[in-house]
Design a protein around this ligand. Sequence first.
Ligand code: UTP
Length: 285
Amino acid sequence: MTRLHKVVFPVAGLGTRFLPATKVVPKEMLPVLDRPLIQYAVDEAVDAGADTLVFVTNRYKHAIADYFDSAYELEETLEHAGKRKLLATIQGLLPLRVRCIYVTQERARGLGHAVLCARAVIGDEPFGIILPDDLILNDGPGALRQMAGRAADGKTGVLAVEEVPYADTGKYGIVDVEPGGDRIRHMVEKPSPAEAPSNLAVVGRYVLPPRIFDLLETTTPGAGGEIQLTDAIAALLKETPVLAHRFAGQRFDCGNKAGMVRATLHVAAADPELRHLVTGLPGTS
Ligand code: UTP
């Protein structure tokens, strides 16, 4: 397996679709049942071989660092009470070999800018990106691990893609893939259905070579006045192969309420103690 040593989690967005909760609670800390979104994302990175997790955060997101820190008093109380199972749930959040690094994005200037903030930590090696609000669940290798295996030469980029209804192309980066293959020829951010080159949408997993940082440095603000990662990738694919990876797994867009509800029903349906509450409800098949 090709390991991805470093994975970036851009979590400095404003999370406006979950206000008022996200006034105080970072979107990434919202739980699907009892585990916050960031935990699912980190598990996927560790599954892909990561030993360095880079969180691009801001001053409102301290809860993420607190979550991965040890909680001495709580641990001691559980230990004394003999609650070993509960203790294990808070002690095993990350394997010991994994370290967390926090970098700040002072202002939300777009996803591309957030990724650029991680440059000094990533250095000169390929890396992964996970957007935690795109939750991808499956029983086999995680989506990022599947992608790492396709970028073994260290220069190829890989983007996770999924077919979406044409009516939704305006919510995504949309790719145009060479006929009969998966090399991306062209990519557009949030096109209208009429302008979309296909209905293959990029979702929140990327494997990119470090060259992307040079391209981000020169990317000017695009759609919405933000520095778009899509624009830098559009420049990258003129220089080096960038592949569209149709991942194995089910994606839930937990950046909006409907996706969050669907993900919760899905995870509850797999839980022997909760299954009876949700079977038969839409979204749990
Ligand atoms: P979104 O488009 O989902 O924006 O960002 P958002 O701010 O998180 O949420 P809404 O739309 O206001 O509800 C996609 C990803 O990029 C990160 C977000 O944290 C999220 O993981 N991001 C976005 C940044 O880290 N910095 C930015 O400046 C913008």
